[in-house]
Design a protein around this ligand. Structure first.
Ligand code: ADP
Length: 581
């Protein structure tokens, strides 16, 4: 399993800058509104200080009333401004998240099939659910909160300095422990959260593969093995979470203990200055109130910095999907004809040992070739090379003289289709299910395709092509789903079809129906059919026997049946049943 890449810090910063610069205006408005709200919020403590000073100087009650009214006004203005700022901020957040999701979907759909298969569905599933959601909250709530808190803190500390520079210095003296512990935390948090994310992805992967393969697990008595496998993943997640929890525990306790320090310092220094008549009592009270007010934004800033770290790690994982080199765009190389040629093809999965050892094969247009051989011989791997999903490590697979992997991916899929046992029905209408194979197909063509594959059930659907299929709607049986997949093929109309055990997982009567449908699809195409047994290959023009990654025999069915006398005695390939499909 090779994980999908994770973006480095530089890439994440660039992506953030891009996001902000795309929404420059909204971000500007949000900042301006929050600054205005914070400014309005500065007045009440100052006015309170003024009340104290006036009362000390013997001012009349009316003065106090006026000042109190001004305080109420400022609070109201500040609340209105920040409410509006939040509204604009959330709109910006929602837009940015929507863009991010769209980008993510586009990038994911652009991933080469082989990369997705090797990364495993768990990694991609975690990134598309947990990570995208975390980035969403970060952009929508966390970043604005951090920005607002920073603005408020700057203004509050600035105000204390304005009251008296010595009071300002005293306030700052309470900050070093907070700054130190924050730096300590930030240095460790990012990698700790990345580890936590990777551990969660592995756990999801372990659980989904076990659930998907539940029958195999039972059949092969792998239950204990899978439980152990799952348990080690759970333990890793537990350890990763413990590590991040340990960081938070130190961070928050130091921070909590540090909050009262600036207020205490200001009161101490303020008391001393007051005795020397260097500041008024009102100024000291205002400064203490400002610092009391600063606790809330400081708290938010630090708490959300933590969340921002998670967001940053998730963003790195989301962006990582875009770092996978896209499917090679193909060259302008043109291929003439549809003759498939394999020369000296060797292949290994992710740097392991070779599973194909120099395959040479030529398939003429219109020919039907069956590939038989025992399980694990490399038939499916050969099918993937022929379909251009994987490229050979050495050697070449070409169509009409052009290496398959040099063709545009779309062009390749139009010409060669790989049909496996998977026949996914997408939630959506019959038309949706058919049209992605051929977006321009008319209703007539779709109906004709369904008729070709013998999907008579389609005539009884309540809304015809608009009938919704899928989970809560009409469910298709295995044979019907397979027919739908075949109708898709008829519409896509590829020249070459590679069938990889397309009907092996169906029960015999369903398989017969599907094979009849399949026969209709095969007419006029080059067909390479993979089968476990020689007797399913009787209507092929030629049969290739694959054993241990090599073609050991190739010839007409009759030639091989004659030879099977020999092979049967030695126990290959016609007699051996697959152990797993
Ligand atoms: P067949 O289709 O003849 O049963 P495969 O092509 O599926 O054979 O497998 C050939 C060999 O490659 C086997 O040893 C199998 O274990 C290995 N193999 C198949 N798929 C993968 C994969 N995704 N990663 C690593 N090894 C694989």
């Amino acid at each position: 399993m090779s994980r999908l890449p994770v973006a480095d810090r530089g890439t994440v910063r660039r992506a953030l800058r891009d996001m902000i610069s795309r929404h420059r205006r909204a971000v500007g408005v949000v900042l301006a509104l929050h600054s205005a709200a914070a400014l309005a919020g500065l007045a009440p403590p100052w006015l309170l200080g003024a009340i104290v000073d006036r009362v000390t100087a013997g001012a009349p009650v009316a003065t106090v009333d006026r000042l109190a009214l001004a305080i109420a006004g400022c609070v109201l203005v500040s609340a209105l401004l920040s409410r509006f700022a939040q509204y604009v901020g959330h709109r910006f957040g929602e837009r940015a998240v929507a863009e991010l999701r769209e980008q993510f979907v586009t990038r994911t759909l652009g991933l080469p099939v082989s990369v997705v298969e090797r990364a495993g569905s768990g990694d991609l599933a975690t990134r598309s659910s947990v990570d995208v959601a975390t980035v969403g909250t970060t952009v929508r709530d966390v970043v604005p909160t951090i920005v607002i808190a920073s603005v408020q803190l700057t203004l509050l500390f600035g105000a204390v300095f304005l009251l008296h520079p010595l009071l300002g210095l005293a306030a700052l003296a309470g900050l070093p422990s907070i700054v130190a512990v924050t730096r300590w935390y930030l240095r460790r948090a990012s990698s700790a959260y990345l580890t936590e994310g990777a551990a969660s992805a592995e756990l999801t992967e372990a659980l989904t593969t076990t659930a998907e393969g539940a029958r195999t697990v039972e059949a092969l008595r792998l239950t204990d093995d899978r439980i152990r496998h799952g348990t080690t993943r759970v333990v890793r997640v537990w350890q990763a979470r413990r590590a991040t929890l340990a960081l938070r525990t130190v961070f928050f306790s130091v921070v909590e203990a540090s909050y009262p320090l600036p207020v205490a310092m200001v009161l101490l220094v303020g008391g001393y200055l007051l005795t020397r008549d260097m500041v008024s009592l009102g100024a000291v009270i205002a400064a203490a109130l400002y610092l009391q007010q600063a606790i809330d934004p400081l708290d938010r800033l630090l708490q959300w910095t933590e969340q921002a770290q998670r967001g940053f790690a998730s963003f790195a994982r989301v962006l990582g999907v875009g770092l996978v080199p896209p499917e090679p765009p193909g060259t302008t190389a043109t291929s003439r004809g549809e003759r498939l040629v394999v020369r000296g093809a060797r292949f290994s999965y992710s740097g392991g040992h070779d599973v194909l050892h120099g395959i040479d094969l030529e398939v003429q247009p219109g020919e039907r070739l069956a590939v038989v051989g025992p399980s694990g011989a490399g038939k499916s791997t050969l099918a993937r090379l022929l379909a251009g999903i994987d490229a050979p490590r050495l050697g070449v697979v070409s169509i009409g003289g052009c290496p398959i992997t040099d063709l545009e991916p779309a062009e390749r899929r139009r010409r060669i289709a790989l049909v496996t046992q998977e026949h996914h029905v997408f939630i959506g209408s019959v038309r949706d299910n058919l049209s992605f194979a051929a977006p321009d197909a008319s209703d007539e063509q779709m109906r004709a395709a369904l008729v070709t594959v013998g999907a008579d059930w389609y005539a009884e659907l309540p809304d015809g092509l608009d009938t919704v299929l899928g989970d809560d709607a009409r469910q298709l049986g295995a044979a019907e789903a397979q027919q739908l997949a075949l109708a898709r093929l008829v519409l896509a109309d590829p020249h070459t079809l590679i069938l990889d055990e397309a009907t092996a997982a169906l029960d015999p009567s369903t398989a017969r129906r599907t094979e009849r449908a399949l026969a209709a699809v095969l007419v006029g195409r080059t067909v390479i059919a993979i089968a476990h047994r020689l007797n399913t290959a009787h209507d092929a023009d030629r049969v290739a026997v694959l054993a241990d990654g090599r073609i050991t025999e190739i010839g007409s069915h009759d030639d091989l049946v004659a030879a099977t006398g020999r092979t049967r005695r030695s126990g290959t390939p016609g007699t051996r049943r697959p152990t797993s499909a």
